[in-house]
Design a protein around this ligand. Structure first.
Ligand SMILES: Cc1cc2nc3c(=O)[nH]c(=O)nc-3n(C[C@H](O)[C@H](O)[C@H](O)COP(=O)(O)O)c2cc1C
Length: 241
């Protein structure tokens, strides 16, 4: 199985998103899949210019010369796409949205009805594989991810991918703190790893495993106190130089 993974966190390996993404990818590899990981921060992906030249003038190719030339052929062939993003203003990071906008060369311009809805057919040679999402957010509640989840599912319908589920880490700062202080967060990391193995071996992730990744790490009131104290301290330190 060939897996293309994209991490859209500008904080890359040290970000909160990577805390879940990396064990997930380890699990995927343990189950025998090949993983290629890309960090959007290290890529140049210009915004789509909206001229449809990739559909008309040079079918399947964008005129812009940037790292989408590397990504598109890999995405076209991959059995599994893993997209990881921090939640930014209730959605995906802008670099990842740019990437999806620039993925339309994978589609043909024609319209068809698929599952009772207008869609574009995939271009010849483009696989119709799976799509898994990894996301982390700052706020405490799991429902903060709902707009992102709806978007990810819609992208799957648009690009003819099967949505395999999402590993979601709310109040991600609490996990980072636990990892830093050595407080045990092994069950979360192990659940992410196990989700990766399940996805490759069984074709899906169990609800129980997915839920284990998102489990509450502290009471909401305590979390708020903790976050606000950290912000107050940081602001005071800056004031006093
Ligand atoms: C520009 C920006 C917008 C954000 N918007 C939200 C938001 O709408 N909801 C939320 O819960 N967290 C929000 N956050 C917090 C991040 O989602 C959270 O800190 C995340 O874990 C960061 O992941 P990273 O360390 O991998 O970049 C935002 C952070 C930034 C920088």
């Amino acid at each position: 199985m060939n897996v293309v993974a994209i991490n859209a966190s500008p904080r890359m390996e040290s970000g909160n998103t990577a805390d879940i993404l990396m064990p997930f990818l380890e699990g995927i590899k343990e189950a025998g899949a090949n993983v290629e990981l890309f960090l959007t921060r290290k890529l140049t992906i210009h915004p789509c210019q909206g001229d449809f030249s990739c559909w008309l003038n040079t079918p399947g190719k964008c005129f812009q010369k940037d790292d989408m030339e590397i990504l598109l052929p890999r995405l076209a062939k991959a059995d599994l796409w893993v997209f990881a993003t921090p939640l930014y203003v209730d959605g995906m990071a802008g670099t990842l949205k740019n990437l999806f906008d620039r993925a339309i060369p994978l589609l043909q311009p024609f319209f068809e009805i698929r599952d009772g809805h207008c869609r574009h057919p995939l271009r010849e040679g483009v696989r119709s594989g799976k799509f898994a999402l990894v996301a982390s957010c700052g706020f405490w509640e799991l429902d903060n991810f709902e707009p992102l989840l709806a978007h990810a599912r819609a992208i799957c319908r648009n690009l003819k991918r099967e949505f395999s589920g999402a590993l979601l880490r709310p109040h991600s700062r609490a996990l980072k703190m636990m990892l830093k202080t050595g407080e045990s967060a092994n069950d979360i990391l192990e659940a992410a790893r196990s989700a990766g193995r399940q996805l490759v071996r069984e074709g899906c992730m169990s609800d129980q495993t997915v839920a284990a990744v998102s489990r509450p790490l502290m009471e909401r009131d305590a979390f708020l106190e903790n976050v606000n104290a950290a912000f107050r301290k940081a602001l005071d330190e800056l004031k006093t130089g």
